[in-house]
Design a protein around this ligand. Structure first.
Ligand SMILES: *[C@@H]1O[C@H](CO)[C@@H](O)[C@H](O)[C@H]1NC(C)=O
Ligand SMILES: *[C@@H]1O[C@H](CO)[C@@H](O)[C@H](O)[C@H]1NC(C)=O
Ligand SMILES: *[C@@H]1O[C@H](CO)[C@@H](O)[C@H](O)[C@H]1NC(C)=O
Ligand SMILES: *[C@@H]1O[C@H](CO)[C@@H](O)[C@H](O)[C@H]1NC(C)=O
Ligand SMILES: *[C@@H]1O[C@H](CO)[C@@H](O)[C@H](O)[C@H]1NC(C)=O
Ligand SMILES: *[C@@H]1O[C@H](CO)[C@@H](O)[C@H](O)[C@H]1NC(C)=O
Ligand SMILES: *[C@@H]1O[C@H](CO)[C@@H](O)[C@H](O)[C@H]1NC(C)=O
Ligand SMILES: *[C@@H]1O[C@H](CO)[C@@H](O)[C@H](O)[C@H]1NC(C)=O
Ligand SMILES: *[C@@H]1O[C@H](CO)[C@@H](O)[C@H](O)[C@H]1NC(C)=O
Ligand SMILES: *[C@@H]1O[C@H](CO)[C@@H](O)[C@H](O)[C@H]1NC(C)=O
Ligand SMILES: *[C@@H]1O[C@H](CO)[C@@H](O)[C@H](O)[C@H]1NC(C)=O
Ligand SMILES: CC(=O)N[C@H]1CO[C@H](CO)[C@@H](O)[C@@H]1O
Length: 765
C-alpha cells in the first residue's frame, strides 16, 4: 500500500472513499477504510424476558435522571477498584466496580489465582470451563465487584509470539467460543457481569496504543475473516449472555477500536444483537463525539473525552439524547440483569498498603484450581512409560522454574502485590504460574513443583537433590529421574522475542547428556519450540505445563505420579522451527518513525493449524495433540439429521436478531456420534475432536467444530456426540452480509488430534 498515511486517517474519520480524495474507486486500498454505520442501535431488551425486565427497570430510572447524572454513569472516577463508574446518589445507583483479571482478582488479598486462559483451553473440558467461571465469578461477587474484566476471546493468537495470547484459551475460534461461552455463563451465574474482550483484532502488543511515534497500529482485516475467525468466539460469549464487551486499543481499518462504528454499531450491536454496554479498554478512548456515536457506552478509567464535554455535545446536538440514554440504559440494564441492585455485597477491594478489613473469598476454590491445573497439563513425549513415576525414591530437580523465588521486580504499587514477576531465564526468578501485566493474578500462596514433589518424596521416605541455578548441574548416578523445569514468559505490553531460549535449551541438553532419564517440564505462556532437545534419546518425557495458577505443583504431581492420567491437548500448534510460523511468527513492526503503522491480515483465516495444513508443513506437535497413560479406540461414526430445522441457505430474515446473532445460527442440524473405548490399563479421560472438511473453495481443509471429554474406565467405552449447528456449516457471505450454508456434502472427521483422525463421514446439506 503506497498511500500517504495521513490520507488513511482522514479516510477512517470520513468513512467513505470519495470524502477523502479517491476519485477512482479501484484505487481505494483493499484495506484501510472502515465503512460508516450510524446511528448507533438502541438496545431494546428483546433477547429474552430477563433482558426485557432489566430494560424496563433501566428505562424507568434513566427517565428520572438529569443529563449530568446520566453523563456521570458513562465515565470513570478514581476509587478503590481498577475502574469505578459515576454514581447517582439521588436515585441510589452506586458506582460500579470494575476489576481485572480473567484468571483471578488482581491486586487483592484473600483471592485465588486460577490457571490462566491458555491452561484452561488445554483442558478441552467444557464442564471445567464452566466451573472456572462459576468459582471466579463467586470471588468477584463476594468482593462486591460488579464487572469482571474477562474472559478473553481476543487476542485469538494470530501472532505466535503475541504477548497476551495466554490470556485467551486457544487460537482456534471454535474451542475459544465454547470456552468463553462457558466462562461467561459461570461468571454471570455467580452474579458478576462478564466482560468479553478485546473487541476486536488486538492481536499484538507492538504499538497497540498511540505514542510519541504516532498513532496505534491498524489491524486491517477483511469482512470474511472478521466473521469466520476473530468475531466467531465472541458470538458464543454473547449467546451465553455477556452483559459487557470491552473495545480494544489498536485501530481497525485505521479507525480506533473504541470509535469504529462498523465493529461496534454494525457487527456487535446490530448483527450480534448485543444488549449490554461497551466499555473502553483503559485509556483507549481517543475522541469524544466520535466514540459516542460509534457505540461506546462507558469510558474508563476517567472522563476521557466525555464528562462535561459529553453534556455539552448532547446539548449542542452532536450526540443525540437517545444515544446518551442508550448508553446509560444498557449499563444499568446489565446491572439489573445480574440482580446487582438487590443486596449486592459492599466493595471489598482495598489499597494493599493500608490496614483493611479481611474479605476472604477463596472458599474451596483451591480444589477446582488443582483439578483444572492437572487437566490442563499436556503430555508431549513419554518413552516406554517413563511416566507415571512409580514411587521413585530418588529424584533430582533442576532449573530456575522448579521453585518460587523472591523477585525484586515485583512492583506492588502498580499491581497491589500481584504476581507481576519477570520470569525470564536470565533472572532465575522462579516458577511461572501466570503471565505478566493486567491479565496476571495475585496468588494467596504458590505451591511450587519443588514443594509438591518434595512432599511426595517425604511421604515415600526418599531422597531429593536440587540445583535451580546451574546450567550444567551435578547429576547423581542413583537418581531415578532428572526433572528439568524451564519456562517461557510473556506479558501484556510487549510481544515475545523468541519461542525458545538458548539458556534453557542448553540446560536441558546438559542434563540429558548425563542423565538417561531426563523429564522436561515446561511452564509456558503458549508455544514453546522444543526441537533443540525433543529427540534427545535421554529426554524420556516432556510435559507442557502451561500456567496452572496457585496450585501449580499439586496439579503437576497429580499427573506425574499418575493419580490423574494426563488428558490435556494442545490448544495451538508447536512447530519444529520458529520460522514455520512464517509471517505470523513475529508481530508486525513498522520502521521507526512510522506515524501510521499498518498490519494487513492478508492470510485471512489461515492461522495456526489452518496455515500448517495449507502450506503442507509438518508440525512437531499438532493442534489437539496430547498423550495419555492409556490408549483409546474409536469406532462407529454415525451422522443423524436432527429435528426439522430449516436447511435453507440463509437464516430466515423474518426472524428477529437477538443477542448472539440470528437465532437459527444456533439450530442443531446434525448429530455426529461415535464410540470411544479405553483399551489401556488405567482409567483415563479422552478428548475426541470433530473437524469439518473444506466448507467452500479456498476454505481451510479442516476446522474444529466439535469436541467432548469423557473419563473412561479400563475397558469402558462411551458414546461421544458432536452437535453441528447451522453456524458450524456456514461461511460468511460478504455480498449477502449473512451466514450462508451451501448445498452439498461436507466431510466430517473425528479423532484424537487435528492430525490423528480416526473416523470419517459426511453430512448432507
Ligand atoms: C482507475 O484506476 C485503475 C487502476 O489504476 C485504472 O486501471 C482505471 O483506468 C482507472 N479508471 C479511471 C476512470 O480513471
Ligand atoms: C476493513 O476493510 C476490509 C477491506 O475493505 C473490509 O472487508 C472490512 O469490512 C473492513 N472492516 C471494518 C471493520 O471496517
Ligand atoms: C457522579 O459520581 C461521583 C462519583 O461516584 C459522585 O460523587 C457524584 O455525586 C456523582 N454526581 C452526580 C451528579 O450524581
Ligand atoms: C474535554 O475536551 C477537551 C478538549 O478536547 C479535553 O482537553 C478534555 O480532556 C475533555 N475531557 C473533559 C472531561 O473535559
Ligand atoms: C458540541 O460540543 C462538543 C463537545 O464540547 C464539541 O466537540 C463540538 O464541536 C460541539 N459541536 C458544535 C456544533 O458546537
Ligand atoms: C523401550 O523399550 C524397548 C523394549 O523394552 C527397548 O527396546 C527400547 O530400547 C526402549 N527405548 C528406550 C528409548 O529406552
Ligand atoms: C530477560 O529480562 C531482561 C530484563 O527485562 C531483558 O533485558 C532480557 O532481554 C530478557 N531475556 C530473555 C531471554 O527473556
Ligand atoms: C544418556 O545418558 C547417559 C548417562 O546415563 C550417557 O552416558 C549418554 O551419553 C547419554 N546419551 C546421550 C546421547 O547424550
Ligand atoms: C522475527 O523478528 C526477529 C527480530 O526480533 C527477526 O530476527 C526475525 O527475522 C523475524 N522473523 C520473521 C520470520 O519475520
Ligand atoms: C446426539 O446423540 C446423543 C447420543 O445418542 C444424544 O444423547 C443427544 O441427545 C443427541 N443430540 C441431539 C441434539 O440430538
Ligand atoms: C474415511 O475412512 C475410510 C476408512 O473407513 C478410508 O478408507 C477413507 O480414506 C477415509 N476418507 C478420508 C477422506 O479420510
Ligand atoms: C531471588 C532472586 O533470584 N532474585 C533475582 C531476580 O532477578 C534479578 C535480575 O536478574 C536478580 O538480580 C535477582 O538476584
Amino acid at each position: 500500500m503506497k498511500l500517504r498515511a495521513k490520507t488513511l486517517v482522514v479516510a477512517a474519520v470520513a468513512g467513505t472513499a470519495s470524502c477523502q480524495g479517491y476519485t477512482n474507486e479501484s484505487e481505494v486500498p483493499l484495506y484501510g477504510l472502515s465503512p460508516p454505520v450510524y446511528p448507533s442501535p438502541q438496545g431494546r431488551g428483546s433477547t429474552n424476558s430477563a433482558w426485557g425486565t432489566a430494560y424496563s427497570k433501566a428505562q424507568a430510572i434513566v427517565a428520572q435522571m438529569t443529563i449530568e447524572e446520566r453523563v456521570n454513569v458513562t465515565r470513570g472516577f478514581p476509587g478503590s477498584c481498577v475502574g469505578n463508574s459515576g454514581a447517582v446518589p439521588r436515585l441510589g445507583i452506586p458506582p460500579l466496580c470494575f476489576a481485572d483479571a480473567p484468571d483471578g482478582i488482581r491486586g487483592s488479598d484473600f483471592v485465588s489465582a486460577f490457571p490462566a486462559g491458555i491452561h484452561l483451553g488445554a483442558t478441552w473440558d467444557a464442564k471445567l470451563m464452566y466451573d472456572y467461571g462459576k468459582a471466579l465469578g463467586r470471588e468477584y461477587r463476594d468482593k462486591g465487584i460488579n464487572v469482571a474484566l474477562g474472559p478473553v476471546a481476543g487476542p485469538l493468537g494470530r501472532v505466535a509470539r503475541g504477548g497476551r495470547n495466554w490470556e485467551g484459551l486457544t487460537n482456534d475460534p471454535y474451542l475459544s467460543g465454547i470456552g468463553v461461552g462457558e466462562i461467561t455463563r459461570g461468571l454471570q451465574d455467580s452474579g458478576t457481569i462478564s466482560t468479553v474482550k478485546h473487541w476486536l483484532f488486538n492481536e499484538e502488543e507492538y504499538r497497540r496504543n498511540p505514542g510519541p511515534e504516532g498513532e496505534a497500529l491498524s489491524s486491517n482485516v477483511d469482512d470474511k475473516t472478521l466473521h469466520e475467525l476473530y468475531a466467531f468466539p465472541f458470538m458464543d460469549s454473547l449467546k451465553a449472555g455477556a452483559a459487557c464487551v470491552m473495545c480494544s486499543y489498536q485501530r481497525i481499518n485505521n479507525s480506533y477500536g473504541c470509535q469504529n462504528s462498523k465493529t461496534l454499531n454494525g457487527v456487535l450491536k446490530t448483527e450480534f444483537g448485543f444488549e449490554g454496554f461497551v466499555v473502553s479498554d483503559w485509556a483507549a478512548q481517543h475522541a469524544g463525539v466520535a466514540t459516542a456515536n460509534a457505540g461506546l457506552d462507558v469510558v474508563m478509567p476517567n472522563a476521557g473525552f466525555w464528562g462535561n464535554n459529553l453534556t455539552e455535545a448532547v446539548n449542542n446536538g452532536s450526540v443525540s439524547t437517545e444515544r446518551l440514554n442508550d448508553m446509560v440504559t444498557r449499563t444499568l440494564a446489565a446491572w439489573y440483569l445480574l440482580g446487582q441492585d438487590d443486596g449486592y455485597p459492599e466493595v471489598g477491594v482495598f489499597p494493599y498498603n493500608v490496614q483493611h478489613p479481611v474479605v476472604n473469598v477463596q472458599d474451596h476454590h483451591a480444589q477446582v484450581i488443582r483439578q483444572i491445573g492437572a487437566a490442563g497439563h499436556v503430555l508431549l513425549k513419554n518413552v516406554n512409560g517413563t511416566l507415571p513415576l512409580k514411587k521413585p525414591s530418588f529424584l533430582s530437580i533442576y532449573g530456575y522454574d522448579a521453585d518460587v523465588k523472591a523477585n525484586p521486580w515485583v512492583n506492588p504499587s502498580r499491581y497491589g502485590g500481584g504476581y507481576e514477576v519477570n520470569f525470564n531465564w536470565t533472572t532465575f526468578n522462579g516458577t511461572l504460574i501466570t503471565g505478566g501485566g493486567s491479565g496476571g493474578s495475585s496468588p494467596p500462596y504458590v505451591i511450587s513443583p519443588f514443594m509438591a514433589i518434595q512432599n511426595r518424596i517425604i511421604a515415600d521416605r526418599g531422597t531429593v537433590r536440587w540445583d535451580f541455578v546451574s546450567q550444567n548441574p551435578t547429576i547423581y548416578a542413583n537418581a531415578e529421574a532428572c526433572l528439568v523445569f524451564i519456562n517461557a514468559y510473556a506479558s501484556e505490553s510487549f510481544d515475545r522475542w523468541s519461542l525458545t531460549d538458548e539458556w534453557s535449551d542448553t540446560l536441558v541438553n546438559n542434563v540429558a547428556a548425563n542423565c538417561s532419564n531426563t523429564i522436561v517440564i515446561v511452564h509456558a505462556t503458549g508455544i514453546r519450540v522444543m526441537d533443540a532437545w525433543i529427540e534427545h534419546p535421554n529426554v524420556t518425557a516432556v510435559m507442557w505445563a502451561g500456567l496452572p495458577g496457585q496450585e501449580s505443583g499439586n496439579g503437576l504431581v497429580d499427573v506425574l505420579y499418575g493419580d490423574v492420567t494426563p488428558s490435556g491437548k494442545l490448544p495451538f500448534t508447536i512447530a519444529k522451527r520458529e520460522e514455520d510460523y512464517g509471517s505470523l511468527l513475529n508481530s508486525t513492526v513498522a520502521p521507526p518513525g512510522t506515524a501510521f503503522p499498518q498490519s494487513d491480515f492478508t492470510e485471512g483465516v489461515f492461522i495456526d493449524y489452518r496455515a500448517f495444513d495449507k502450506d503442507g508443513i509438518q508440525p512437531r506437535f499438532e493442534f489437539g495433540f496430547g498423550l495419555s497413560y492409556s490408549n483409546f479406540s474409536y469406532s462407529n461414526l454415525q451422522v443423524a439429521r436432527v429435528g426439522d430445522a430449516s436447511m435453507s441457505p440463509y437464516p430466515d430474515p423474518a426472524i428477529a436478531i437477538v443477542q448472539g446473532g440470528h437465532p437459527q445460527l444456533w439450530d442443531v442440524l446434525f448429530n455426529v456420534t461415535c464410540t470411544v473405548a479405553n483399551t489401556g490399563r488405567v482409567a483415563a479421560a479422552e478428548v475426541a475432536q470433530l473437524y469439518v472438511g473444506q466448507l467452500y473453495d479456498g476454505a481451510p481443509v479442516k476446522q474444529l467444530r466439535g469436541f467432548g471429554k469423557k473419563t473412561l474406565a479400563v475397558n469402558g467405552s462411551a458414546v461421544f456426540a458432536f452437535p453441528l449447528t447451522r453456524r458450524d456449516l456456514s461461511q460468511w457471505d460478504v455480498v449477502a452480509q449473512q451466514w450462508r450454508m451451501d448445498e452439498g456434502s461436507v466431510d466430517v472427521f473425528v479423532g484424537a488430534s487435528s492430525r490423528d483422525l480416526r473416523l470419517n463421514g459426511t453430512v448432507q446439506v
